[in-house]
Design a protein around this ligand. Structure first.
Ligand code: ZN
Ligand code: ZN
Length: 330
């Protein structure tokens, strides 16, 4: 990966040209950076979590105007014809192309997005916070679209990474109780989770998860569990502890395609084990509302900012694992 001058992108009639302000770096970018992510079509400008200002619009665009503060869904093109496109489940369209994966993304001065994907930032959502809309939309999809959260729920979130901690805030916004687990090397992140509002943190290497969950749920187990680790032992530790008829949402991606999951617990406890992929158009207005009403503490989540020319340092910082969310300023 390197920084170079490329031609300024040009617009189609239904597209919007955005002067990028901030881009968030996420795990997917790191996989692409290391060459582990086969999905990326090279050469490519990375960056899919961003905010910016509209500087030019195509002749058919009516939703936004020059000067608007915006963010954008990552969907760049879809087939428009499959059953998933018809129901706006663009995350499931087999011919979808995404910004920063198959089309040039936002680690640049300008990015082009299609009008349908662009969303206005509420006045009280800063450009920095706006760059978090995409990951917030992903956890909104997991917590509020693939399932729902009741205020009386006790919810267990596995994994105190940026996604787990954003998800915990979405769950808290519904009034539920949130317990988060991690391992001893996650100590700082667990502390961070507690500071941002998670009710209870558990180091599963030091504490007995079952004993604590029994105590917190009158022996029934948590109503819902979200895995944000993609780590098989973490999932298998949690599956037998969920409430019978409970819901388990798999947010984290596993390294391997086929994994030895505790299917017996899924069957015997009648668990709803739900898959969850990315986000879709309906997730975005909800994400923006949660950023606007303060349910998501964006200021605290953003732990460092780098200039575009220092992208290398920004990527190193994400890989070092001490930051929560790292932004790059274009
Ligand atoms: Zn991302
Ligand atoms: Zn489609």
């Amino acid at each position: 990966m390197y920084l170079e001058e490329i031609a300024e992108p040009t617009l189609d009639t239904h597209q919007v040209k955005i002067k990028v302000k901030f881009t968030g770096i996420c795990g997917t970018d790191i996989h692409t950076y290391k060459g582990e992510y086969a999905n990326a079509k090279l050469p490519l400008v990375l960056g899919h979590e961003f905010s910016g200002e509209v500087v030019e619009i195509g002749s058919d665009v009516t939703k936004v105007k020059v000067g608007d503060r915006v963010t954008s869904e990552t969907t760049f093109t879809t087939c428009g014809e499959c059953i998933y496109c018809k129901s706006k489940d663009y995350n499931l369209c087999s011919n979808r192309k995404g910004l920063g994966t198959q089309a040039n993304g936002s680690l640049a001065e300008y990015v082009i997005s299609r009008e349908e994907s662009v969303h206005l930032l509420p006045d009280n959502v800063s450009y920095e916070a706006g760059a978090l809309t995409e990951p917030v939309a992903c956890v909104v999809h997991a917590a509020l679209e693939k399932t729902s959260i009741d205020k009386d729920d006790v919810v267990l979130v596995l994994g105190p990474g940026p996604i787990g901690i954003l998800l915990a805030q979405v769950v808290k916004s519904q009034g539920a109780k949130v317990i988060m687990t991690g391992i001893t090397p996650d100590e700082n992140r667990l502390k961070f989770a507690k500071e941002i509002g998670v009710d209870l943190i558990i180091d599963t290497m030091k504490e007995d998860l079952k004993v604590i969950l029994d105590r917190e749920t009158e022996g029934n187990g948590p109503d819902k569990i979200f895995d944000c680790t993609g780590v098989v032992p973490a999932v298998n530790q949690a599956l037998p502890l969920i409430k019978k008829k409970g819901t388990f949402v798999q947010v984290g991606l596993f390294k391997e395609h086929v994994t030895p999951i505790d299917t017996n617990s899924i069957i015997q406890r009648e668990i709803n084990y739900i898959g969850c992929r990315s986000q879709k158009p309906s997730s975005w207005p909800i994400a923006l509302k949660l950023l606007s009403d303060g349910s998501i503490n964006a200021d605290k989540m953003i732990t460092s900012k780098y200039k575009l020319e220092d992208f290398q340092e920004a990527f190193e910082a994400v890989m070092a694992g001490e930051d929560m969310k790292v932004l790059v300023e274009s």
